[in-house]
Design a protein around this ligand. Structure first.
Ligand SMILES: Nc1ncnc2c1ncn2[C@@H]1O[C@H](COP(=O)(O)OP(=O)(O)O)[C@@H](O)[C@H]1O
Ligand SMILES: [Mg+2]
Length: 245
């Protein structure tokens, strides 16, 4: 349902993505692993055109675009069908938890306030924040902030949800509550792409693992193939350093 073909992108003279190919089927939970600086965040940002590749194509169901001739309507259509959960939460500090989740429903989806409120309250209940609707971000823990971010992503009912290292800014004792919510989301059947350094977690929730290295997909396969039987020395070395932490 989602296909990225031969994506290239440079920042200045530096090539970042050097021909990335990735195909995701409906209902897949794909974890993207790989060293820092290898282009994982950039790749996710290409999907909603926050990062602008110089070449390559994207296909999301019936929407298709060649990055050499970007098309506003297609960008908009793809944005409406995807939602991203950010490393740094990206919640609005001047809005309550409920208002944060309502915001894209009102602003982007043009729902009425009442409709938006009902959906937002339901998604916040789902992530365990039903009692915090009227709290402001300054009154919440990092784990609660990230669960707000997840509720906001879910509320728009995206076809694909993109998680960019959703637990890497959290204090260790708060990681578990967020992983629990992500596990619940990914097992609900929504197509998910998850950039993560939580290897055990990736192994337990994903049906496919993609190893990115130096701007390309260097290996991919089932969790067993990637973690228990790494085909390349580079992958084996990466997994060793991750496990060392
Ligand atoms: N907006 C930007 N401008 C210039 N360089 C960038 C920008 N965003 C990312 N980079 C660089 O691109 C490389 C890949 O970054 P990123 O996609 O964030 O990697 P990862 O998520 O795998 O750690 C890094 O070297 C980073 O410094
Ligand atoms: Mg990143």
């Amino acid at each position: 349902m989602l296909e990225l073909k031969n994506i290239t992108l440079s920042y200045g003279e530096t090539p970042i993505l050097r021909g990335v190919n990735l195909a995701v089927n409906k209902g897949d939970v794909v974890s993207i692993i790989g060293p820092s600086g290898t282009g994982k965040t950039t790749l996710l940002r290409c999907i909603n055109y926050l990062a602008k590749p110089s070449s390559g194509t994207i296909v999301l169901d019936q929407h298709q675009m060649d990055y050499q001739s970007p098309n506003k309507a297609t960008i908009q259509a793809i944005r409406l069908r995807t939602a991203m959960v950010f490393q740094q939460f990206n919640v609005f500090k001047n809005m309550t938890v409920l208002e944060n989740v309502m915001d894209p429903l009102v602003v982007i989806q043009k729902k009425t306030k009442q409709q938006a409120r009902d959906i937002a309250a339901q998604e916040l209940e789902r992530v365990g924040l039903g009692a915090k609707l009227d709290h402001y971000p300054s009154q919440l823990s990092g784990g609660q902030l990230q669960r707000t971010g997840i509720a906001r992503a879910l509320a728009v009912k995206p076809d694909v949800i993109l998680f960019d290292e959703p637990t890497s800014s959290l204090d260790p004792e708060l990681v578990g509550e967020v992983l629990k919510v992500i596990k619940d989301v990914t097992s609900s059947g929504i197509t998910s792409l998850l950039v993560t350094h939580e290897m055990q977690f990736a192994k337990s929730v994903s049906n496919r693992i993609v190893f990115m290295d130096q701007g390309v997909v260097a290996a991919e396969g089932s969790p067993t193939e990637i973690f228990d039987n790494p085909a390349s020395p580079r992958l084996a070395q990466f997994l060793n350093t991750e496990h060392a932490f």
